[in-house]
Design a protein around this ligand. Structure first.
Ligand code: B12
Ligand code: SF4
Ligand code: SF4
Length: 410
């Protein structure tokens, strides 16, 4: 039995990357030489399963194919918005640039299939829709130790160096997962699994050993375009291509400033992420409920009342979202999202909540409150203008006043 000599967490190379703010990179070393790569490959599936992964596949680091070119086109179009950490196409587009010693990549997936249809909550307009992936414990924190455990088990059987990644590092997890046979990238760009539908979290183990790769999965989308048609913000300029700047997931999680006016009414009550394109996929008929309790939805996050969420101060926000991925957006951006939901709710009882936040210390909250109140009760907003508008020092909030009072267009 060989013990890891080193397990180090190094370099979050996508600071602020999606959806949580840290990457997991560990170096694990073991001195024993491997002489049975087929045996190790067979063992990987058992080890992965024993550590809570539902699927595993092996891919060569040069298997990204067209993905690098597609990434370059994505970046050239500016589709990454203000996710500037994505702009290193050389490293992101080739795992060998990230780590020249890598010879094989083990791609792993954890099923987080929901208990119920995530589209149902969208008709409950006074409640917030939090996307399925964010309703339980932060998946990075759940998956990272497991990746390390699998890596440890691997080097106990073989020599080699290993690094583990779950999101946020400059690794193109979806095309690698597709090339390793875990599924295919659907027209919504996410990985679709024949076994688990849309609901797989992905992680990667880079290893210095040559392992026999698995066969890639082929595309099973056919003529279907359900995910493209359901998108409320028309975020797909073409099948297999996403403009993140229009995606509600980007707008509610990654984007720091005011949300573009044109897209606000289309967001409905989606206050953190969006599952529409995932949930509508017909391949979900094979989906199964996730087996990891930590990833399953907390009762408080399945259909929370907008009236409660909009009252969160910093402390209450951190308490409610402790150990979730939501905590990293911070109270201000989260309340901004809730106010968009309130503006879309049509519920006059929520107007007083927006009214109160017109004087919030955070500009991004004030701006969204002005918009929400303008939607629900324009006369009340006009009455408040005399009191608040002249003293407004923030240019973006001053613009919100002008737009909400009909003096300017967005
Ligand atoms: C940046 C990012 C985002 C951004 C941009 C998403 C995107 N599609 O690029 C935003 C914030 C919008 C986002 C949203 C979501 N994300 Co995200 N995100 C990432 C991240 C960090 C990088 C993705 C990336 O490299 N994008 C760049 C683009 C260019 O690459 P791509 O998506 O693979 O695009 C391919 C296609 O566009 C295709 N293509 C492009 N042009 C053309 C042309 C033709 C002709 C063809 C055939 C193909 C083609 O080739 C590209 C390369 O393979 C990954 C983690 C990671 N490190 O990989 C997680 C990740 C993709 N996200 C994930 C999740 C869960 C989500 C959400 C579902 C969360 C939610 N519920 O709100 C949504 C889904 C939205 C959607 N429809 O994609 C999971 C997806 C798991 C899975 N089963 O696929 C990942 C893998 C995280 C993880 N470790 O589990 N995300
Ligand atoms: S996550 Fe929602 S907004 Fe983003 S592409 Fe999918 S359906 Fe559109
Ligand atoms: S909804 Fe249809 S087009 Fe979209 S990923 Fe699923 S099968 Fe492919």
């Amino acid at each position: 039995m060989v013990r890891a000599r080193e397990i180090a967490t190094v370099v979050p190379d996508d600071p602020g990357g999606h959806p949580a703010g840290h990457s997991a990179v560990g170096d694990l070393r073991g001195p024993r030489l491997l002489n049975d790569s087929d045996g190790l490959k067979a063992a990987i599936h058992d080890i992965a399963r024993a550590h809570g992964f539902d699927v595993a596949g092996i891919v060569r680091p040069d298997a990204l194919g067209e993905a690098k070119r597609h990434l370059a086109a994505f970046l050239a179009a500016g589709a990454q918005g203000d996710m500037h950490w994505m702009e290193d196409a050389e490293r992101r587009g080739d795992p060998r640039v990230l780590w020249p010693d890598v010879r094989s990549i083990v791609m792993l997936g954890v099923n987080y299939g929901p208990d119920e249809d995530p589209l149902t909550i969208l008709s409950e307009r006074t409640r917030g829709a939090i996307s399925v992936y964010a309703r339980g414990d932060d998946y990075h924190d759940v998956i990272k130790p497991r990746l390390k455990a699998v890596a440890r088990a691997l080097i106990a059987r073989a020599s080699g160096d290993v690094k583990v990644f779950v999101d946020t590092a400059a690794v193109m997890e979806k095309p690698l997962a597709a090339a390793s046979g875990l599924g295919w990238q659907g027209k919504h760009t996410n990985l679709v699994s024949r076994e688990f539908g849309s609901w797989l979290f992905l992680g990667a183990i880079f290893i210095t050993l040559e392992l026999p790769p698995d066969e890639p999965e082929r595309d099973h989308c056919g003529t279907c375009r359900a995910c493209l048609d359901i998108c409320p913000t028309e975020a797909f300029p073409a099948p297999y291509r996403l403009d993140a700047r229009r995606c509600i997931s980007y707008l509610t999680i990654e984007h720091k400033g005011p949300i573009p006016h044109e897209l606000r009414p289309r967001m409905g009550n989606r206050i953190y992420g969006c599952d529409d394109c995932l949930a509508v996929c017909p391949w979900n008929k094979f989906a199964q409920r996730g087996r990891e309790v930590k990833l399953s939805a907390r009762a408080a996050l399945t259909a929370p009342r907008l009236a409660d969420l909009v009252r969160l101060d910093d402390r209450a926000f951190r308490a409610l979202f402790a150990k979730t991925t939501i905590k990293r957006t911070g109270r201000d951006r989260f309340v901004r999202n809730v106010l968009i939901g309130i503006g879309n709710s049509g519920d006059m009882a929520l107007a007083s909540e927006a009214e109160r936040l017109v004087s919030d210390p955070a500009p991004v909250v004030r701006g969204a409150a002005i918009w929400a109140l303008g939607r629900l009760a324009p006369q009340r907003l006009a009455a408040l203008a005399a009191q608040h508008r002249a003293a407004e020092a923030d240019a973006a909030v001053a613009d919100e006043w002008a737009v909400a009072l009909g003096e300017a267009t967005a």
